[in-house]
Design a protein around this ligand. Structure first.
Ligand code: BG6
Length: 467
């Protein structure tokens, strides 16, 4: 009963949201480095190059590049068993298309893995998390097949360099975000379906090649896919709403179908044909997709949607994310994201029923404004959110028998928000003294939730049942 003894408790970050040091030790520019600060109401702008009239949150972020020892020591104090981090592609291949990697970039992650080993924390590495090298724009980024080779070359360098040190890998963060935000996901400027489907095809191929390579390099490697957790309820029992919910889920889940089953599902092939979209399939590709399926399925879980015939524009989250109709049974966060702990259990069941693969929650958390008072942050709202979600996760394990490998809470230390670029949308157990404009001491403080999570891990989840 309860959480298995080897359950991987931990936290997750992304390089471009925490490292800063955007031009240090040979790092090149990535798509994330030209994204300006946005807000609840104002979308982040993308500029061609660095423009001095804007503030770019990724440039300094929380300067994890120079604080990693302190940050990892704090993770260790909480008892982390796993730390999900991403490697910044542009530290290793500054433009993305070089022949040889940048040694200084590789050394930085050597140092990170040294620290993690010191505390027996297992790394879980995302190979690409929302930071395509800007240098690949000249090829049209993932629109061009050459980028598949550049990515595989980059991944090979990582797999060889960190062999024996890293066992868990994710090929792309939230691969289905290609459909919703192609620039952030893949550096794709055009928003038309043909472009998105071409780029997604290339990412599927690249991912499958890396799965095969990872297994060839080391049989201990386990490579997962990472799905942006979109799950929807129909707005009413009207069958029209159910069909539109099915269509919405098909648009999202086909990404998992390809990566977990190794082929495009019929509904997608029919849709592509109807819409006149052509996939750039070359000889041998379909075998690669078929053989390069993932070992496990990981996903982020923040909210659920309500969909129906008239979804578009009816309800918009404050950050601009269209979450369909508002669910009258559920509260929303300060950023308009629906809070639905039971939906987590539902989603675990849905994905396991569909794929029978081990699952892992690699992002979950509450973005909220925190108040620092006398060096303390009383974030009971965050504890409540996490507690409720973990209780539902435990039900999925114990009542439904779903194999969940682990849970990495998103942003265990405050980092830059991906959607808005803000610092004030904080997720962390650790508060970082820095504001939206990059002002502050960068000092780290433990929030109340820090001690709460420490106890959850220490008791392997048993403390969740205490009052
Ligand atoms: C996920 C991304 O979609 O959501 C993360 O993988 C992101 O990079 C997280 O930070 C939370 O979103 P936000 O906009 O609140 O940071």
């Amino acid at each position: 009963m309860g959480f298995p003894n080897d359950f991987l408790w931990g936290g997750a970050t992304a390089a471009n949201q925490c490292e800063g040091a955007y031009n240090v030790d040979g790092k090149g520019l990535s798509t994330a480095d030209v994204m300006t600060l946005g807000s609840h109401t104002q979308k982040r702008k993308r500029t061609q190059d660095i423009d001095s009239q804007y503030y770019y949150p990724s440039h300094q972020a929380i300067d994890h590049y120079h604080h990693y020892k302190e940050d990892i020591a704090l993770f260790a104090q909480m008892g982390f068993k796993v730390y999900r981090l991403s490697i910044n592609w542009t530290r290793i291949f500054p433009n993305g298309d070089e022949e040889m990697p940048n040694e200084k970039g590789l050394e930085f992650y050597d140092r990170i893995f040294d620290e993690l080993e010191k505390y027996h924390i297992e790394p879980l590495v995302t190979i690409s998390h929302f930071e395509t090298p800007l240098g690949l724009q000249k090829y049209g980024s993932w629109m061009h097949r050459k980028v598949v080779d550049f990515y595989v070359r980059y991944a090979k360098v990582l797999l060889e360099r960190y062999q024996g040190r890293v066992k868990y890998w994710l090929t792309f963060n939230e691969i289905n975000c290609m459909s919703t935000m192609p620039w952030i996901a893949a550096g794709i400027v055009s928003e038309d379906e043909q472009s998105k489907m071409t780029a997604a095809y290339h990412q599927f191929l690249a991912s499958a090649k890396v799965v095969l390579l990872a297994h060839q390099i080391d049989l201990h490697n386990q490579v997962g896919m990472m799905y942006c957790g979109h799950f929807a309820y129909p707005n009413s029992p009207n069958p029209d709403d159910m069909i539109s919910t099915m269509n919405f889920m098909h648009d999202m889940l086909f990404y998992c179908d390809v990566q977990c089953r190794g082929y495009y599902p019929n509904y997608k092939l029919k849709q592509l044909k109807r819409e006149g979209i052509v996939l750039p399939i070359q000889k041998g590709d379909l075998d690669i997709l078929k053989n390069g399926t993932v070992d496990f399925l990981s996903y982020s879980y923040y909210f659920t949607h309500v969909t129906g015939e008239k979804t578009k524009g009816i309800y918009k989250g404050l950050n601009g994310i269209d979450t369909g109709y508002q669910n009258p049974y559920l509260p929303v966060s300060e950023w308009g994201w629906t809070i639905d702990p039971q939906g987590l259990r539902y989603s675990l069941n849905l994905l396991y029923d569909r794929y029978q693969l081990p699952l892992m929650i690699v992002e979950n958390g509450l973005g909220a404004v925190d108040v620092l008072e006398d060096g303390k942050i009383h974030d009971q709202y965050r504890i409540d959110y996490l507690q409720q979600h973990l209780i539902e996760l435990e039900k999925a394990l114990t009542i439904d028998g779903i194999p969940v490998m682990g849970y990495t809470m998103w942003g265990p230390i405050d980092i830059v928000a991906a959607s808005t670029g803000e610092m004030k949308k904080r997720y962390g157990f650790i508060y970082v003294d820095i504001d939206d404009n990059g002002q502050g001491s960068l000092k780290r403080y433990k929030k109340d939730s820090f001690y709460w999570y420490q106890k959850v891990i220490q008791t392997n989840g048993k403390s969740l049942k205490e009052e």
